[in-house]
Design a protein around this ligand. Structure first.
Ligand code: SAH
Ligand code: SF4
Length: 361
């Protein structure tokens, strides 16, 4: 019999099955604040209860398979699930400098953790490596939250250090909306990791119906749309999902989405040489985003073996950005973190599969 993963339970759910219920809160704190790796370390939990938990609930659902550290300090992890499938997650530390009240320069590190929501993906975007392996299965809420927990543990990031979460690893989060919504809630529990929904960004290829559904859940999360093209013809070629949900339907869904007044919806635009890096596209993008509190994030296409697209020139990306900025659209260029490791989603996994295949031959 498959035993349950304790991370799949919210604190309230644990309180339903563990009596007396104050124990649920204690167990939650041991897991998410004190980072214990064994039930035996839960000192204030009676021995009999610990033995029972040990028998019935897995505490560490992920196994480390591989870790790659980039020269820019981002760290890419490959984790194995109980059934042997693997998923990726990435820690992106950002160094910031700040002057404190006494005029002293202080160095701060801000952490962002990029996590996967599925093994593989059904959406089949032509530029994406994850798409190549097809869809295997959804992750459970606990398999999603475990990625953050393991990365925090591995890097000794204290419970009270702020981290941001982006659902931008492998998979389409809105194709696994129930588990992702539950993960958002588990992450934000004040007795747990205490990561506010306002620090969690769900990135989607644009499943308009699911964006509407997510909006109705009113979780308070941030939304990122992988737009990548400004007309339906090109977008259909890049992202077949556009046949079911065209650009107009996405824009309408975004307009109806509840967004914190201080925040913006992010539009990701993967720039590919001679495909979508022209100023005509930038012009259309400005029109498209009219009336939306948006910010555009330009991403350099990251080539992988067998990919049919090329990385754009720096000049074209900067010119694209300049056009948007000049026309009142907030626009940043994503720093290509970890280009020297295996940068875009799916690439560490693919590399490991290839190395394993080579080892066997
Ligand atoms: N499925 C969701 C979230 C995961 S993909 C989505 O599509 O939004 C996260 C981001 O990585 C997306 O914006 C995706 O377009 C981008 N991406 C995919 N392949 C890439 C590549 N080769 N180079 C750079 N970014 C890539
Ligand atoms: Fe899936 Fe996102 Fe990759 Fe498209 S870009 S195939 S939606 S993971």
């Amino acid at each position: 019999m498959e035993i349950s993963n304790i991370l799949d339970y919210s604190k309230e759910e644990l309180a339903e099955i563990i009596k007396p219920s104050f124990r649920a809160k204690q167990i939650y704190q041991w897991i998410y604040c004190k980072y214990v790796n064994s039930y035996d370390d839960m000192k204030n939990i009676p021995k009999e209860m610990r033995e029972n938990l040990k028998k019935n609930y897995v505490l560490n659902p992920l196994k480390f398979v591989k870790k790659e550290i980039s020269s820019d300090e981002s760290i890419k992890y490959l984790f194995a699930l109980h059934d042997g499938y693997t998923v990726e997650a990435v820690l992106l530390p950002m160094k910031k400098e700040k002057v404190d009240e006494d005029g002293k320069l202080i160095h701060l590190t801000k952490y962002t953790i990029c996590i996967s929501s599925q093994v593989g993906c059904k959406i089949g975007c032509s530029f994406c490596l994850t798409a190549k392996e097809g869809f295997k299965r959804n992750l459970t809420a606990g398999e999603i939250t475990a990625q953050v927990l393991e990365i925090k543990k591995d890097n000794n990031i204290a419970q009270n250090r702020r981290v941001n979460i982006v659902y931008m690893g492998m998979g389409e989060p809105l194709d696994n909306i129930q588990s992702v919504a539950k993960a958002v809630k588990i992450f934000s529990d004040p007795d747990g990791l205490a990561i506010s929904p306002r620090r969690q960004t769900i990135s989607t290829s644009g499943l308009s119906k699911q964006i509407e559904k997510l909006g109705k859940m009113d979780l308070g999360i941030l939304l990122a749309i992988s737009l990548h093209a400004v007309d339906d013809e090109l977008r259909e070629k890049l992202m077949p999902i556009n046949k079911a949900y065209n650009i107009e339907s996405i824009i309408n869904a975004v307009k109806a989405f509840p967004i914190d007044a201080r925040k913006r919806v992010m539009f990701e635009y993967l720039v590919m040489q001679n495909v979508n890096d022209d100023i005509k596209s930038a012009k259309k993008l400005v029109k498209l985003l009219h009336g939306i509190k948006a910010k555009v994030n330009l991403i350099y296409f990251n080539p992988h073996i067998g990919s049919q697209f090329q990385r754009p020139s720096r000049n074209s990306v900067v010119a694209f950005q300049q056009y948007l900025t000049d026309h009142g659209v907030l626009c940043t260029i994503r720093q290509s973190k970890g280009l020297d490791i295996s940068a875009a989603c799916g690439q560490l996994k693919e590399k490991t599969d290839r190395e394993l295949a080579n080892d066997k031959s």
